[in-house]
Design a protein around this ligand. Structure first.
Ligand code: B12
Length: 350
């Protein structure tokens, strides 16, 4: 498997995992990733760094600049979240994986919180213990199982023994069907949990074999079931991208469902091909009572406040997006408006 060849994050280049017929695809992905590094507005992203390091193509100068940006901007970001007691396990884990992918000595990196300086791995272990306690009391992690799996994987590839209570909580979540995105199965999380548990199977002898194998079997089946006819995984069910040159306008209806009260309905005409976030801006400019705010995340802009109401992740709520009743598989920046439709924005619990 591609990942297992790279799981030890050797600095050497991995053999072409998918055959030479895909080399053009890989090259174009590589170029796209490198281009994102040039965008001044985008913050350094450990996932992008990991992808670049796992690639068969390398621009070592740009990779090294990106590593330095991670070690300053991204590092400081995590440090201030730690100081504010915000859960950061996913970012800590991705940072660890990105550094390992560049063969960086993890023991030389520390975070100073309340005047106490401790290594990255010490913080990661502590965050995982907090997540595990949270699962024990409320049956869900502080963050989510995607980040919890990332934490297990990062500890495992760093050669740190993962506490069996920590790994058992992940195995339990797979077994009891707690791996969800909103209200449906979350394939990304199954894939991440699969890599984490596979790493434990290969490198950690303390984990109980039978339960681990059973969980891996469930994950494998979920991944196989999500495969399409063309053998590709539906990790990201993107909308087909249509290249339309025309600037025809289409009518959009918006329905905002807050946590209480009747829905608010609005309409606006937007040029075809514009993003949902642009449509929201046009609607806001009409001054008819619709307002919104967004937050930045590693994935891009996340819709956080609508008509003055914040859907707080700390309360396990979010603004769920759907078009004509179907949940969007992209966020407000990537989803493009091609036809007249009704967009529903609903404050939902998860
Ligand atoms: C957990 C999760 C959620 C949780 C996050 C809250 C939580 N604390 O658990 C909830 C249920 C709220 C959620 C919502 C949505 N999600 Co989501 N989510 C994820 C998941 C599984 C893990 C994210 C994570 O923790 N990353 C690791 C940490 C370290 O990175 P981070 O950037 O700090 O994480 C934050 C952001 O990713 C943000 N977030 C979560 N989902 C999304 C989606 C978008 C578009 C953006 C910009 C940000 C964002 O919440 C994370 C926690 O704070 C990813 C899978 C993946 N491969 O990343 C999908 C994923 C990012 N989500 C996705 C989608 C489509 C959505 C929704 C648009 C669904 C919808 N129809 O409403 C909404 C966002 C709507 C909005 N208000 O803008 C897609 C994005 C695909 C794409 N091409 O854009 C992904 C990749 C899943 C998939 N393969 O389909 N999500």
């Amino acid at each position: 498997m591609y990942y297992s060849c790279c799981i030890s994050f050797q600095p050497t280049l991995c053999p072409d995992p998918v055959g030479s017929e895909h080399s053009e695809l890989l090259l174009s992905l590589n170029k796209k990733l490198l281009r994102t590094l040039e965008d001044q507005e985008t913050s350094p992203n450990p996932s992008v760094h990991l992808a670049l390091r796992l690639s068969t193509h390398h621009n070592l100068g740009k990779e090294s600049d990106h590593l330095n940006a991670l070690k300053t901007d991204f590092h400081n970001d995590i440090e201030s979240s730690l100081a504010n007691s915000q859960p950061v396990v996913g970012r800590l884990a991705l940072y660890t994986l990105a550094l390992k992918a560049s063969c960086y000595d993890l023991n030389t990196l520390t975070f100073t919180v309340n005047q106490r300086s401790e290594t990255l791995l010490t913080h990661l272990k502590r965050q995982m213990a907090l997540e595990k306690e949270h699962i024990a009391f409320s049956h869900r992690p502080l963050t989510n199982y995607y980040q919890y799996s990332l934490g297990v994987l990062a500890l495992c590839v760093s050669g740190v023994r993962v506490n069996s209570h920590v790994s058992n909580k992940l195995i339990g979540a797979v077994e009891h069907g707690h791996i969800k995105h909103g209200d449906s199965d979350c394939i990304d999380t199954f894939a991440m949990a699969g890599m984490a548990l596979q790493c434990l199977k290969e490198y950690d002898t303390q984990v109980q074999d039978a339960a681990l194998d059973k969980a891996l079997g469930v994950i494998k089946q979920k991944l196989l079931d999500s495969q399409r006819d063309d053998d590709s995984l539906v990790l990201e069910a993107s909308e087909p991208v249509m290249v339309l040159q025309s600037h025809t306008k289409v009518a959009l209806k918006f329905e905002v469902i807050k946590s209480h009260g009747a829905p608010d309905v609005y309409s606006v005409n937007v040029p075809t091909g514009t993003s949902l976030v642009y449509a929201l801006e046009l609607l806001q400019k009409k001054n008819i009572g619709f307002t919104f705010e967004k937050e930045t995340s590693l994935w891009g802009p996340f819709l956080s406040v609508v008509n003055g109401e914040r859907a707080r992740q700390t309360d396990r709520r979010y603004w769920r997006l759907s078009s004509d009743g179907n949940a969007l598989s992209q966020g407000i920046k990537d989803f493009k408006i091609e036809t007249a439709q009704q967009i529903t924005i609903e404050n939902t619990s998860y």
